[in-house]
Design a protein around this ligand. Structure first.
Ligand code: SPD
Length: 280
């Protein structure tokens, strides 16, 4: 029997792949967590029936959320990842020898446990790195707690704005992130598709702009995400999203699938339909 997994958008359009096997499927206190093996994309994680990452297509997402901020700063030592329970973002951050400490704050233990067991490739050994500290906790409360200290880089690697990730799209959360961010630090959050989630995308950019002096969206296409053109939002108190050390960017590009100097620069080209609503 042929099984397909499809992510549906408003019952109008769907994004799917053929499934070989369902490896894990359960409901936590927060959401439905599924890991499947697919014909075309390898193993994949889905949350509440939405694509999160798939082996053959995850590099774009994890490299863009990580290397754009990491290359816009030098000598990053302390990193906070909110969400990221599959370990893919931590894997990319750990490519930097300057990084001394990563707090990964994931609300749902089931995501981490299922990924460790059924999708360990995504973290690529990150779970065993002594610099990574995994906390099963609410990211919103984490950033509101001053005792957690200050971070050079904050990466918001959450799910879509349904279920437990809703709080990662509001001003309260980003005001608290501002307090946790070093003066010359950088925050990047996944910012949904400017095509299918236009209002969410614009609202998020506006929310960030009310808090951070520097805000810039950046884009890449991702095959499995609804809308195909995906966005991240860069925010900082004073640092522009420019590569600070070309040599370091070329060096990291030796270890990436997609990210390089040209991609970093070109990804900040903003489509006109976004510029008409958000132009800074
Ligand atoms: N619609 C997909 C949104 C995905 C955001 N996070 C993905 C998690 C991968 N680490």
């Amino acid at each position: 029997m042929t099984i397909w997994f499809d992510e549906h958008f408003e019952n109008k359009i769907r994004f799917g792949a053929r499934v070989k096997r369902i490896l894990f499927n359960d409901k936590s206190a927060f959401q439905k967590v599924t890991i499947i093996d697919t014909e075309a994309l390898g193993k994949a994680l889905l949350i509440d029936d939405l694509w999160m990452c798939a082996q053959e297509e995850e590099a774009t997402y994890h490299e863009m959320i990580t290397h754009v901020p990491m290359q816009s700063m030098a000598n990053v030592k302390r990193v906070l990842i909110i969400g990221g329970g599959d370990g893919g973002t931590a894997r990319e951050v750990l490519k930097y020898p300057s990084v001394e400490h990563i707090d990964l704050v994931e609300i749902d233990a089931m995501v981490v446990d299922a990924c460790k067991r059924y999708l360990p490739e995504m973290a690529g050994g990150a779970w065993d790195d002594p610099r990574l500290f995994v906390h099963i906790a609410d990211g919103v409360s984490w950033v509101k707690d001053a005792s957690n200290g200050i971070y050079d880089v904050i990466l918001v690697d959450g799910s879509d704005p349904v279920g437990p990730a809703v709080g990662l799209f509001n001003a309260d959360f980003y005001r608290a992130c501002y307090e946790r961010l070093a003066d010359d630090g950088v925050l990047v959050t996944q910012a949904e598709s400017p095509k299918l989630f236009f209002n969410v995308h614009i609202d998020l950019l506006q929310t960030l702009s009310d808090i951070f002096p520097v805000v810039a969206p950046y884009y890449q296409s991702i095959l499995i995400y609804a809308g195909a053109l995906w966005a991240w939002a860069y925010a900082s108190k004073k640092r522009q999203p420019q590569i600070v050390d070309l040599q370091s960017a070329h060096a990291i590009a030796e270890h990436t699938h997609l990210y390089n100097v040209d991609i970093h620069q070109a990804s900040f080209a903003v489509p006109n339909f976004v510029k008409r609503k958000f132009n800074r």
